[in-house]
Ligand binder design. Structure first.
Ligand code: TIU
Length: 233
């Protein structure tokens, strides 16, 4: 299917995509990272730092859905029996509570537990694929690449948390697999302001070594000019 090309003002230069060959990829907007009592807080972080990303993500998601374009969500987490949890990841940080231990939102970072689920504000629709990933990158040990290939997708708008960990790792993995990634800075968040800034710089430096950076306002402005009929699926 052909479609109009959308041009988004971005750094280091204009990002262009055809909507039917693009996906909105929302990384790990889970209660475990954004609400108290989960994995993020267990690591010693102030989770309120990430909550400013919710509204811009909601706005972008609403428009993307209204157009009928592809939305994919990811969740970081592990099997209840922990067989996919590397021992190194289990003990990293030497915390008192670690992955798989009980917490106020259920077992920390375990699939099926309340804390592992996506926050209600950005809850996936039943037709939107949810990728359960054991690592930081969304391509490692998942079927994300196969899904994108099957859908004919080559361009990814990547949002979510955290900027320097799962978003950055995923953008790097995507870049090596031939995808062009656009990261809207207000839709990604870090527990550390410095890492937020540097995580974005790293993506767009050197002529866009890993991808492009823009913001939800500039993306929505570009989408407003796009007036194709919403796609029926
Ligand atoms: N700790 C941290 O910043 N992030 C993670 O552990 N996972 C994600 O980024 N999703």
């Amino acid at each position: 299917m052909t479609s109009a090309i959308i041009s988004v003002d971005a750094e280091p230069y204009t990002y262009e995509f055809e909507p039917y060959h693009a996906a909105l990829l929302i990384i790990d907007m889970q209660r475990d990272f954004l609400e108290p009592g989960g994995f993020g807080e267990m690591l010693g972080n102030d989770v309120s730092q990430l909550r400013r990303t919710i509204e811009p993500n909601q706005r972008l998601l609403a428009v993307w859905r209204s157009k009928g374009w592809t939305v994919i969500h990811t969740r970081e987490g592990h099997r209840p029996d922990l067989t996919d949890l590397p021992p190194a990841k289990k003990v990293r940080g030497r915390g008192k509570t670690t992955i798989g231990d009980p917490g106020p939102m259920g077992r920390i970072l375990i699939r099926g537990e309340p804390g592992h689920d996506i926050i209600p504000e950005l809850y996936p629709l039943s037709k939107e694929p949810v990728i359960d990933k054991p690592g930081k990158g969304a391509f490692f040990a998942t079927d994300l690449h196969a899904i994108l290939q099957n859908l004919g997708i080559q361009k990814l708008v990547v949002t979510g948390v955290t900027t320097e960990v799962c978003v950055n790792t995923t953008v790097r993995e995507a870049n090596d697999r031939g995808y062009d990634c656009l990261v809207p800075e207000d839709c990604v968040g870090s527990y550390f302001p410095k890492f937020q800034e540097m995580g974005l710089q790293m993506i767009k430096a050197q002529g866009g070594i890993f991808g492009w950076v823009s913001d939800s306002e500039r993306i929505l402005a570009a989408l407003e000019e796009e007036n194709s009929e919403p796609r029926k699926r």
